[in-house]
Design a protein around this ligand. Structure first.
Ligand code: AMP
Ligand code: MG
Length: 357
């Protein structure tokens, strides 16, 4: 069985164990085994996805429980759908009044703005009204008319989204505007829980927020953690494996959320310049970086930018590496990660190359 399937099986087995009363014994046995090895694991559902946290060390169980609480705390602040989140308050007050925001929200809004500038508006959290129009949140999926898109695009100007760091407030200038942190929040949350676990003395852990991975240190056998990079055209398979430690690995791809209408596929990553799903020739972008927040924002942005502009941005930077999968069946790895990437896409017809600076 391939690694990804194994991971999924153990994940779902984990869920079956947690949620079925008749398997309490099995759960107790599994926990006892993990504890013997000073290892602990928590699987739960949050951030609209499956969360899987594993750590080893004396404090592992406590650290994971704290991490789980932190995930819920941040979800309650940053979610665009939770009634009481700061983002909901910001969106509800669009065109009305500035709202007070916490340090977490302030940091994330400011980082999102920096990534917006750095990527020439390919990453834009104010794209929310357009995301909603396509039905990727709330109402049913729907292909909008070009008039509808033009109307909503007028509400996505970054300059109309104002942050006041002194006052710790944010404001959306016009009614109907909205922000959505879906393209960056998971990366930030993984950074926060990585920090928290390290403070609790954890030196070996793996965090998966819906397949967005952050690794702390090495596995208990001293080897690097292994992460599979999915084949966007066949999710039962993968194009290669990464060996990592102390980085986040975050993938964006049209295959992760989409719908079909009249034989055409429409995915959830919107090009802020057109209001349509990005059509850049990329099938997926995987970013590897010590900075999970940036990795998440950039995975979305580089997917929109397309290979040429994305590579140009990588050449100017020194804090992230990339694995691209293109619709020409190419897999390309930037040189800083190539040594830790084993290409395995030949059977599926992919060609592999390394991109140099
Ligand atoms: P990710 O899976 O990190 O690439 O994020 C995709 C999510 O970010 C979508 O489901 C939307 O909620 C939001 N989004 C879509 N397009 C953009 C964009 N161009 N910039 C920022 N966020 C976006
Ligand atoms: Mg992202």
């Amino acid at each position: 069985m391939k690694t990804k399937q194994l991971i999924l099986c153990s994940l779902f087995l984990g869920f079956a164990i947690i949620f079925s009363g008749c398997s309490e014994k099995a759960q107790a046995t599994q926990e006892a085994l993990l504890e013997q090895k000073n290892q602990s694991q928590i699987q739960t559902f949050a951030l609209d996805t499956i969360i899987d946290l594993k750590a080893s060390g004396e404090n592992a169980k406590d650290a994971l429980q704290e991490a789980q609480k932190e995930i819920y705390r941040l979800e309650n602040l940053l979610s665009v759908t939770k009634e009481k989140s700061e983002i909901t308050a910001l969106n509800k007050n669009a065109g009305i009044a500035p709202v007070s925001i916490s340090e977490d929200t302030l940091f994330l809004l400011e980082t999102a703005k920096k990534i917006n500038i750095m990527t020439n508006n390919s990453f834009n959290i104010a794209i929310s009204p357009v995301v909603e129009l396509w039905g990727f949140r709330g109402i049913a999926y729907h292909v909008p008319t070009s008039e509808e898109i033009t109307d909503k695009l007028a509400l996505t100007k970054e300059s109309d989204f104002v942050i006041n760091p002194q006052e710790k407030t944010a404001f959306l200038n016009h009614p109907g505007m909205g922000v959505d942190l879906g393209g960056i929040a998971k990366g930030y949350i993984s950074d926060k829980i990585t920090e928290l676990m390290k403070e609790k003395g954890i030196s070996s852990a793996i965090i998966s927020l819906g397949g967005n991975i952050s690794a702390i240190g090495y596995r208990s056998n001293g080897e690097k953690w292994r992460v599979a990079v999915q084949d966007p055209l066949n999710q039962e398979s993968f194009v290669g494996k990464l060996s990592i430690s102390d980085v986040s690995v975050i993938t964006s791809g049209g295959y992760q959320r989409y719908f079909e209408e009249d034989g055409k596929t429409y995915h959830h990553i919107i090009d802020p310049k057109t209001g349509y799903p990005a059509d850049s020739g990329l099938l997926s972008v995987t970013i590897i970086s010590e900075n999970g927040t940036k990795a998440d924002g950039l995975s979305t942005a580089l997917f929109v930018l397309g290979l040429e502009d994305a590579v140009a941005l990588w050449k100017e930077s020194d804090d992230f590496e990339v694995i691209f999968v293109t619709d020409k069946k190419e897999v390309l790895a930037t040189e800083g990660i190539a040594e830790d990437f084993i290409f395995q896409g030949e059977e599926e017809g992919y060609q592999y190359s390394i991109i140099s600076k």
